[in-house]
Design a protein around this ligand. Structure first.
Ligand SMILES: Nc1nc2c(ncn2[C@@H]2O[C@H](COP(=O)(O)OP(=O)(O)OP(=O)(O)O)[C@@H](O)[C@H]2O)c(=O)[nH]1
Length: 299
């Protein structure tokens, strides 16, 4: 028996259902039979955790190799999910509202009886899932800048904290790029606030397409953006900062309004706290402005 699933499991009572479904060992694990699925689902507002509970219960109906949930806020897979010969799809509907599409995979066919049993289980999930979706959506909204859709200042602060702690623990590195538009006030003054907003959106798009999806990009404040890099990407911090500044230079909308950008970068040093790292990047940004704007400076 491969125990590799165990390390991925955060909930002691909810191991990967894929492992449960395919291995005898799991039946000997202590389980809390007194807890119904509904009671378990009600202990969490985290969609991944709920999916784990649900998948465990579904895995008792037939051996499953995967459960995939598609919702308006993202797609989620039960841990250990893999492809199999048979699929069964279902819509999780609550009062004519489609909360999610669910797809089960198994090496056994889904008979009408099994489908009915799965449906009974799905009904138990509807309200807890609805609550988890609402909470997750609200959390996402609280972390987003409404104009550009990028992460906001709060998200940046949380992320920087996490990246620094991770760097410390794994003895890796991380870096911050702070980027501030040059002469942006002039756009608002000359062409109006709405033209300024359009430029901010265009710049967010342009920066987003310049970065890889693993990079974390935030709109930090009015015309300030931030990027956090970690792991191997840190060695390319300077290159990435130059690429971002160039991308803004090349954007025809920025050219039209004569908007450029300055960037300051700082690479995390062991034992530095997030605030110190940020202050360093901010100083470097100030130096880039002082040196004539439209350039990158390193702390
Ligand atoms: N359109 C728009 N403007 C904003 C928004 N948030 C902040 N601003 C404006 O952004 C400008 C930022 O000010 P500064 O950073 O001092 O202006 P700047 O001209 O870029 O100055 P330098 O950084 O020295 O080049 C201010 O005029 C703010 O009113 C927003 O959401 N939309």
């Amino acid at each position: 028996m491969t125990l590799c699933f165990l390390s991925e499991i955060s909930l002691p009572t909810a191991p990967s259902y894929a492992a449960v479904a395919t291995d005898e060992y799991w039946r000997t694990l202590p389980t809390d039979d007194s807890q119904s699925l509904l009671a378990q689902l009600q202990t969490s507002l985290d969609i991944r955790e709920q999916l784990q509970f649900f998948s465990m219960a579904a895995g008792n109906i037939l051996p499953l190799s995967g459960v995939e949930l598609q919702t308006a806020i993202g797609e989620f897979n039960a841990p250990g999910s893999s492809e199999a010969s048979y699929q069964h799809r279902s819509l999780l509907m609550l009062k004519e509202q489609c909360l999610a599409k669910i797809q089960y995979s198994s090496d056994q066919p889904f008979t009408p009886l099994l489908c009915k049993q799965l449906q009974t289980l799905e009904v138990e999930w509807l309200y807890p899932l609805r609550n988890a979706l609402v909470v997750t959506r609200l959390q996402q909204m609280a972390m987003k800048d409404t104009l550009t859709g990028l992460g906001n200042r709060r998200f940046f602060d949380d992320s920087l904290d996490k990246f620094v702690r991770l760097a410390d623990r794994l003895q890796q590195s991380c870096a911050v790029i702070l980027l501030d538009l040059d002469n942006f006030k002039q756009v608002n003054d000359d062409y109006g606030h709405s033209a300024g907003d359009d430029i901010l959106v265009a710049i967010a798009e342009s920066m987003h397409s310049t970065l890889r999806c693993t990079d974390s990009l935030f709109r930090f404040g009015g015309d300030e953006f931030a990027v956090i890099l970690s792991g191997d990407d840190v060695t390319s911090t300077e290159l990435i900062a130059h690429r971002l500044v160039k991308a803004i230079n090349r954007d025809h909308r920025c050219q039209n309004y004569q908007v450029t950008a300055s960037a300051g970068i700082a690479v995390w040093q062991p034992h530095q706290n997030p605030n110190e790292l940020f202050q360093q990047a901010d100083k470097a940004l100030y130096a880039a402005k002082e040196a004539g704007k439209n350039r990158v400076r390193r702390a």
